[in-house]
Design a protein. Sequence first.
Length: 181
Amino acid sequence: MFSAPIPGQSLTSEPKNSSWENPPQISEPEEALLWHLEKFDKPKKTEAVVGLLGLGLDVVTMTEGLLRSAVAEGRHSIDVSLIIAPVIHEYIKGIADSSGIEYSEGLDNTEGEVSLSVVQSSMREKEIKEILRDVKSDRDLDLSTLKDPEVEMEDEDPMIDMAEDEPQEEKTMGLMSRRSA
């Protein structure tokens, strides 16, 4: 609960202590791309990629995760990540295609849809864990708290319905916001 840093704590630590505070080890996009592709040549890494894609992780999320971890390790900069991301994305797709698994590329979903489904699935997972806890402790099961998933989809967030309505004019506020003729 109290594990968050206090304000100004970062100013008291030694400068250049973290890897991302130092210059990156690789500054050329071609070198960074070769470094990432060499990591994919290892069989265990390829098995991990195929396994995660098979479990439902999309290619975009996997690509972003790999590149962010390389930036956090100080391998290359964020700019280099943005340059090489499409190539890494296509390489991961090639691995998935050659393995013959079904995967989601992650480009067709909008942010609202993804976050809503993630929230719904985490709520269902929490309900399932409570039921399993009741089963393990030999307590009576209370299934009345469970909602039917089909009914749950009908009672979606009212904010989504609002977005489908006509756009409303925003009221601007502040000192410099006056109506112009």
